[in-house]
Design a binder for this molecule. Structure first.
Ligand SMILES: NC(=O)c1ccc[n+]([C@@H]2O[C@H](COP(=O)([O-])OP(=O)(O)OC[C@H]3O[C@@H](n4cnc5c(N)ncnc54)[C@H](OP(=O)(O)O)[C@@H]3O)[C@@H](O)[C@H]2O)c1
Length: 285
């Protein structure tokens, strides 16, 4: 199986590089300078050279707050770019995996969101990811839409930010009224790899098990890393961001459950492994 990954230099792309090569006969990781997904002739030229069996479309505009003042850029990359990839997948008969987000939901629910719940994004980034889902589904018949949440792995992420801030400050103030599920990129890669071997096309939620607030997440990061930093819980109103975020965006991996494929472990276990792997683990779980 020949797999091509867009966003190859991003967090998820790096996890594919380090954890999926054994599954694939050939893995091609592309950064935006190798192939800018918004330029159709570049996309076409790369597809004609590589002729991938599967395309993991992880490349995206991911700056949630910046998107509020750059909606055109976000929509160009996340919708037009996704359309270009979907058209090429159609033309080259490739399976397509489109990465989407828990931010397609508005957070009004009080139970975990399944794939069958109504979407209603609150911000530009979420809207662009949702429109990306729609356009890909209109074009590409061999499509897996994978919604995930609160990703961390090799790259810039919340875990690294918290550990950096803990070195600089005695206490941190972290939002305690947004609930979701942190997801380790390595676990997500395994989930995706087990799915793409099948023809079970459709929309899937893929997050680690359990849920927490950002405050809970920060507290657990510091506990496992053995940092004494004090964490104060605050509200979203006390930490104003450009983009509005859902208060509750826990994803239930319902389609995986129905298919007997939900092997995602609890987020605390995955976090401990990530910290061990990154040499940042101090505690015992
Ligand atoms: N991070 C999260 O918490 C989260 C949560 C839910 C869903 N997701 C989704 O999961 C996917 C992977 O996220 P991530 O955290 O790995 O993202 P990331 O680390 O921010 O990486 C994004 C990648 O997109 C590439 N990219 C940007 N513009 C591009 C363009 N015009 N053409 C081609 N590539 C372009 C970037 O490439 P260069 O660096 O080479 O420019 C970068 O490698 C994304 O689709 C994201 O929307 C992420």
């Amino acid at each position: 199986m020949k797999i091509m990954v867009t966003g190859g230099s991003g967090q998820l792309g790096r996890a594919f590089a380090s954890h999926a090569e054994s599954f694939a006969d050939q893995m091609v990781l592309l950064s935006s300078s190798d192939m800018n997904v918004t330029i159709p002739h570049q996309v076409n030229s790369i597809f004609s050279q590589i002729r991938p069996d599967v395309v993991i479309h992880a490349g995206a505009y991911t700056k949630v707050d910046a998107a509020e003042t750059a909606p055109q850029e976000a929509f160009k990359i996340n919708v037009i770019g996704t359309r270009n990839i979907a058209v090429a997948c159609l033309n080259y008969n490739s399976k397509m995996v489109y990465l989407s987000s828990d931010y397609v939901f508005d957070g009004q629910q009080t139970r975990p969101y399944t794939e069958f719940d109504r979407t209603n994004p609150l911000n530009v980034y979420g809207s662009s990811k949702w429109e990306g889902e729609i356009i890909a589904a209109r074009i590409c018949p061999k499509l897996f839409i994978i919604r995930t949440s609160w990703l961390y792995g090799d790259g810039h992420n919340f875990v690294r930010t918290i550990l950096k801030l803990a070195q600089e400050r005695e206490f941190l103030a972290i939002v305690n009224d947004q609930t979701g599920t942190p997801t380790y990129t390595v676990d997500l890669v395994q989930g995706i790899m087990s799915l793409i071997a099948t023809d079970g096309y459709g929309t899937y939620h893929m997050s680690n098990s359990g849920y927490c607030t950002w405050y809970d997440f920060a507290t657990e990061i510091l506990r496992l890393a053995g940092r004494p930093t004090i964490v104060h819980p605050i509200t979203s109103d006390e930490y104003v961001t450009a983009a509005k975020r859902p208060r509750y965006s826990v994803l239930r991996n319902y389609m995986l459950e129905l298919s007997g494929l939900d092997n995602f472990r609890y987020w605390q276990e995955a976090l401990a492994e990530y910290l061990k792997h990154s040499g940042m683990f101090a505690g015992d779980v």
